[in-house]
Design a protein around this ligand. Structure first.
Ligand code: NAD
Length: 240
């Protein structure tokens, strides 16, 4: 008789944040995951989960062994978790936005040693929107392309990582996107892509109403990624 596979050991980086809290809560519902460490700038994380060891950022090196880290922190915290994963040979799933070019280069270098996935957005809806934007851009040469993103007032980077990723898809299709950002209230995330020419207009819109969609996507990706060979993966590689 086959034994059930061991659960994947996860370290959550940015555990006290909005995404970190969703990750901790949703990980408890899965039997293929065990959270072995929760790391945040201020220790302990607001939500202390029974059996989960909480660490401050300064204690990162003392974290127990883990198979994959899930990072939803800030750019200033990213280098340390990338380095720890590379040293430990552990997978890294990151959704942290606003990374510098040097941090992206460091990620590419580390992907020769560990399995790595960075995604600006972990929702299935945005993955589909991205494909639609590329197709629309390719089919509508010469049309104006505008991307308007709205987020809660605490979001620091602008345009959002998702807006830039959608813009990259539009550029793939030959468009030259322009960006606008709104910061208001508690908006989880909205991305509006508009193609306009004289006398007509196409509007594509995605609204995230609950950040659990991102957390579920990241947990799913971490389970899949932890068993992979070193390399740089895309979300769609792991969804299939
Ligand atoms: P938040 O401000 O609520 O939480 C940030 C977390 O990072 C906190 O736990 C904080 O302690 C930790 N942190 C801050 N500085 C740190 C440092 N130097 N070292 C280690 N940890 C540090 O933010 P949030 O809304 O949870 O979002 C976190 C990140 O995830 C942002 O970059 C956001 O844009 C991104 N995000 C991505 C997706 C996606 O699908 N890719 C979805 C939502 C949010």
């Amino acid at each position: 008789m086959n034994e059930a596979p061991q659960p994947i050991r996860i370290l959550i980086h940015g555990a006290s944040g909005r995404m970190g809290q969703a990750l901790l809560r949703l990980a408890e519902e899965r039997d293929d995951i065990v959270v072995v460490a929760a790391v945040s700038r201020s220790q302990p994380a607001q939500r202390v989960v029974e059996g989960v060891a909480h660490f401050a950022v300064s204690e990162l090196a003392g974290a127990p062994e883990f198979d994959a880290a899930i990072d939803f922190s800030l750019p200033e915290g990213f280098d340390a978790i990338l380095q720890l994963c590379a040293e430990r040979g552990a997978a890294l799933v990151s959704g942290t936005t606003g990374l510098e070019v040097a941090q992206r280069d460091a990620m590419a270098a580390a992907s020769t040693r560990i399995p790595l996935l960075w995604a600006a957005n972990f929702s299935l809806g945005v993955a589909v929107l991205s494909e639609l934007v590329e197709r629309a851009a390719a089919a509508l040469p010469g049309w104006d392309c505008d991307i308007v993103e709205s987020h809660h007032v605490h979001k620091k980077d602008a345009p959002s990582g998702t807006a830039l990723a959608l813009g990259a898809s539009a550029e793939q299709g030959g468009a030259q996107p322009r960006y606008q950002s709104l910061r208001a209230g508690d908006i989880v995330g909205e991305h509006f892509v508009q193609f306009t020419t004289l006398g007509e207009r196409i509007e594509l819109n995605h609204r995230a109403t609950n950040r659990d969609i991102f957390a579920r996507g990241a947990l799913h990706a971490a389970v899949r990624l932890a068993r992979r060979a070193p390399g740089s993966y895309r979300l769609r590689d792991l969804l299939s």
